[in-house]
Design a protein around this ligand. Structure first.
Ligand SMILES: [Zn+2]
Length: 172
């Protein structure tokens, strides 16, 4: 059986595709490195790349950290001006903001509902307590509005009765 010496580890192996990967370009149709050397190389390559990737990430993180720091420093230094600008923006773009919020709510209807539900489930006590407080502090208002409502309803009913009576009179 013809043998072949791996150009990497210098070991002698049978010159078959069991020990060497195929390479059409070479004279014997096999690669110069044995399979196990290929595996080691691939592994090292992966590991080197891993380091590369994490190094890149580190650099990116450092750069961004600086950017964030700059930005927050800018915000801190210009706090009042920024807040004023934001306030001005909110005032002059009221409709756009409301529209945007409405659109967002429409698009994310399900999510918003889910969020509310989840919030309620996990904050039941607080929510109920808040509602109770709200109801207590708005009792007068509620009573008033209920009273108003009942008054209006009564007036409407009376008007209807009058109308009916009129119609009956006309029918006769
Ligand atoms: Zn080898």
């Amino acid at each position: 059986m013809p043998t072949k010496i791996c150009s990497k580890c210098k070991c002698e192996f049978p010159a078959t595709s069991d020990f060497f990967n195929k390479n059409k370009a070479s004279k014997d149709g096999l690669q110069g490195n044995c399979k196990s050397c290929n595996k080691i190389e691939a592994k090292t390559h992966r590991e080197n790349n891993k380091e590369n990737i994490s190094a890149k990430r580190k650099i990116y993180y450092q750069e961004n950290k600086k950017l964030w720091a700059d930005r927050s420093e800018y915000r801190n230094k210009n706090k009042e001006r920024i807040q004023l600008n934001e306030k001005k923006y909110r005032e002059t773009h009221k409709e756009q903001i409301t529209a945007r919020l409405k659109k967002y709510r429409e698009i994310h209807k399900e999510e918003v509902r889910e969020n509310k539900k989840r919030y309620y489930e996990s904050h039941k006590k607080e929510v109920l307590q808040k509602q109770k407080i709200y109801n207590l502090s708005h009792k007068d208002q509620q009573n008033n509005s209920q009273l108003e409502y009942r008054k209006r309803k009564r007036a409407l009913k009376a008007a209807q009765i009058n109308q009916n009576a009129d119609m009956k009179l006309k029918a006769i």
